[in-house]
Write a protein that binds this ligand. Sequence first.
Ligand code: HEM
Length: 444
Amino acid sequence: MAELLLSSPASSSASASASIVVSLSGASSRLPKKPASASASAQALPFPFHAASPSPSPSLRVSARSLHRLLPLSPRRNPSLLRGAFVSRSMGSAGAMCAASDAAQLRSAREDIKELLNTTFCHPILVRLGWHDAGTYDKNIEEWPQRGGANGSLRFEVELKHAANAGLVNALKLIQPIKDKYSGVTYADLFQLASATAIEEAGGPKIPMKYGRVDVTGPEQCPAERKLPDAGPPSPAQHLRDVFYRMGLDDKEIVALSGAHTLGRARPERSGWGKPETKYTKDGPGAPGGQSWTVQWLKFDNSYFKDIKEQKDEDLLVLPTDAVLLEDPSFKVYAEKYAEDQDAFFKDYAEAHAKLSNLGAKFDPPEGISLDGDIKAATPEPFVAAKYSSGEKKRELSDAMKQKIRAEYEAIGGSPDKPLKSNYFLNIMIVIAALAFLTSLLGN
Ligand code: HEM
């Protein structure tokens, strides 16, 4: 019975051959310039990628040592890994798909993400990856996956080619070895796990995450383009509301989430925004270049709000959609508060990030999987119900199976944590006997 319920990995047949377009413009002033049009500045890069090919971005320089630690098999046993085939195999097919994630593998993947962060300083781009997968959500559409959101669709080339996602292929390349290592972790979960882990590892708040997101299976399920915000629209406040309200987020959440720009940089060759380099970015860490919003752009704190308020440093970036947070009366209340009170920012950010990460997601089990015991239904032990299984194939149940069994018990008001009381059966027997006795009396 247990085995029948277990979901098995599926695969899709999406094809791999195509190209990724990256915007290249020469914008370099402090006051950010509007991105040049994609058609004028686009350059096609080969897809699928190979690690041996010239890298499209210096941010892909992962040391052989750290890469080796992340790979599922040693290159000696699997020489194709040395040629970067792990990238083309999984990204190209984008079909190493599984229905939902496994808690033990998610925990292990989280450790690998920490290792990746420590060796490559890729915190910002992983946060942007999670946000861009989730931020396509449309609350007015009920059906999954048409409603968009955190469903792993950003792994497909068609969506990576959206102008708003310029550069994110680099994030995917960085975490693809981890995806390959854990068949029991979906892309949708991995993107959100990577983002939340990056925030936490950069010194940000603990985010109350849950997992179990189901992946879309093919590129035809990707959302339409232009679901994510522009950085320089004609009316920034109205534009932010149009986009974020569509996701079901409010003014407080817009301001809190914008605080993620405490991390990272804008690069003219990707988004068209920012300077090619500043005194804060010319030496890295990680790939040098770009223009950051804050001085310590790998540290998650409230300095973004202080810096966009002061706007004193020519080397720091302020996008039109950042500046408006201190101009619009409703946004300003929160932006001022966060500039003064980091604890308030951390609290609101953690809540808003968790909400963002769940947008549009379909969870299996429906209540989600907790990795840290903060989701009630996911508390794994004690699990007395497992002891009722019998037979030769008796073995410890997987976390995913325990979640499923727990949900079924709880749906009927019970709990798998408590042994069934023996008088439960006795009571049933007494009721049946009483009914039989009454029936025989009536019969006579
Ligand atoms: C409010 C509307 C937003 C706009 C208009 C916007 C726009 C941008 C732009 C233009 C970049 C530069 C990309 C590049 O050149 O590589 C960027 C980077 C970034 N964004 Fe946003 N963003 C918004 C909201 C968010 C949110 C909600 C988050 C996360 C919760 C976020 C996280 C980031 C991060 C971490 C980076 C740095 C990426 C890196 O260094 O590689 N952004 N954003």
